[in-house]
Design a protein around this ligand. Structure first.
Ligand code: HEM
Length: 132
């Protein structure tokens, strides 16, 4: 029997669109000010507006909610889109640490955090495109 107290998707568990927006805002706010993430911040342009909007659209679908990114831009081809940026273990680990801090900053429900970090770890590792 499905348990009515268990949210159906991570998208619902995080609080829908507002929850995803809060997480993405916390992620890029952190990246912008925290020296620990200066390496990956430098890979982005002068403003983070484009990255912020695209990650929001992407995560809505990735978390099991509406496929907003796909509706607007088609298949994400995420690894190909990251090829212009040198991503090794340092960049992967910075991205994941920044996301871990954002999960705390955005007050994502505690039981959801390790599940999301697990899932993000797979995607971030797959994004590596150079040794080191
Ligand atoms: C592993 C380390 C990663 C680095 C260093 C990185 C860096 C970047 C950079 C520099 C951009 C371009 C932003 C711009 O256009 O201004 C970008 C775009 C993007 N990233 Fe990442 N990223 C990483 C991992 C991830 C992961 C794990 C996800 C998803 C869970 C993700 C999702 C996206 C999306 C959706 C875009 C927009 C793609 C588009 O242009 O349509 N990235 N990323």
């Amino acid at each position: 029997m499905p348990d009515a107290s268990t949210p159906s998707t991570p998208y619902v568990a995080i609080g829908g669109e507002a929850g995803v927006r809060a997480l993405v805002d916390a992620f890029y706010d952190r990246m912008d000010v925290d020296d620990a993430f200066a390496g990956i911040r430098a890979l982005h342009g002068a403003t983070l507006d484009n990255a912020r909007e695209k990650l929001f659209l992407y995560l809505c679908g990735w978390l099991g909610g509406p496929q907003r990114y796909v509706e607007r831009f088609g298949h994400p081809r995420l690894r190909a889109r990251h090829l212009p940026f040198p991503i090794g273990t340092s960049e992967r680990d910075q991205w994941l640490a920044c996301m871990q801090a954002a999960l705390d900053d955005a007050q994502v429900p505690t039981p959801l955090k390790p599940k999301l970090i697990d899932a993000f770890t797979g995607v971030a590792d797959w994004m590596r495109n150079r040794d080191g």
